[in-house]
Design a binder for this molecule. Structure first.
Ligand code: ATR
Length: 282
């Protein structure tokens, strides 16, 4: 490997589906950086050793995806954000120290800022569907913007309760089948579950009761327009899609590794969109 090339990778298991190489290599080209962003398929058993040897392997940093985000945090020095969320998706070196952060938080917020400016002004109540790692990042982000009440609904109620235990009483766990009755009081509805993803059933939820000023966000980006976002569009509601969050969450990693803050442009979005709709070989 040439020493003048700055290499970064995304580590996952599996990792073929990751669009991060597309995004980062687009920015590397745009900024004429001597860099390369690769995929590394690493099993859970091999992951700790791989991370310990990251610099030896010639990497200046990495993204971490499923199923490694929780373990990544324990192998590095997390920032406050990764610690609060309990998961890290971005690794970088500060001197010899391997640091980690969670860029889903700002990815979610920056996407809403771009797609629905002013979304958080006077926002009293939000509903978050799901209680996994993505939900933790989003709840943390919403609290940081001063949202007063965040109702978390999850198929497995105890996981919703554990978000309240982690983040405090502004988080209210609610039963999965109560959500329909709570829509009228919500200024923001966020889906963090896998429902609506290609190959999965759609969410069973009608949105008519949401206030006309409400914003609907989905973290699913395949399909680009989930059934939830389609219904929100038909009702004339403002929306923030999963692809936008994916693009925005990549910004900080790039700037940590390469020292340039890249932009989420329509051109970048169009390039990733084209890849998402491309038929995949079996
Ligand atoms: P991530 O880290 O991406 O958030 P995760 O931790 O696997 O992923 O969380 C997936 C979320 O989708 C969970 O909230 C999960 O609900 P459970 O906690 O009950 O498993 C939710 N989810 C997945 N499939 C679902 C389904 N068919 N119906 C309802 N919720 C579902």
């Amino acid at each position: 490997m040439s020493n003048d090339i700055r290499a970064v990778c995304v580590i996952g298991w599996p990792v073929e589906h990751s669009r991060s190489p597309l995004i980062h290599n687009f920015w590397i080209g745009q900024h004429a950086i001597a860099g390369e962003y690769r995929r590394e398929a690493v099993s859970p058993e091999e992951f700790p050793a791989f991370v310990k040897e990251l610099a030896l392997r010639g990497y200046a940093g990495a993204n971490v995806t499923i199923p490694h985000k929780e373990v990544a945090m324990t192998l590095s020095v997390p920032d406050d954000r990764a610690e609060a969320v309990g998961a890290a998706n971005t690794l970088w070196f500060e001197g010899d120290t391997l640091r980690s952060t969670n860029t889903d938080v700002e990815g979610f917020l920056a996407n809403l800022d771009q797609m629905a400016p002013g979304w958080d002004r006077g926002l009293d109540g939000a509903i978050v569907l799901g209680a996994g790692g993505a939900a933790r990042a989003i709840v943390f982000g919403l609290l940081s913007r001063g949202v007063k009440t965040i109702r978390v609904a999850n198929r497995t109620f105890t996981r919703a309760q554990s978000l309240r235990d982690r983040f405090g009483d502004k988080v209210k766990p609610v039963a999965w089948d109560e959500v329909g009755g709570l829509l009228a009081g919500a200024g923001l509805l966020v889906n963090t579950t896998s429902l609506g993803m290609n190959g999965q059933p759609a969410l069973d939820l009608r949105l008519e009761d949401l206030p006309k000023s409400a914003v609907v966000a989905d973290i699913v980006y395949s399909p680009l327009v989930t059934p939830l976002l389609k219904e929100a569009k038909d009702l004339g509601l403002r929306r923030a899609d999963g692809l936008g969050m994916l693009l925005h969450q990549a910004v900080r990693g790039f700037s940590l590794w390469f020292g340039v803050t890249p932009e989420v442009t329509p051109e970048l979005r169009a390039m990733v969109e084209a890849d998402l709709v491309k038929p995949k070989p079996e």
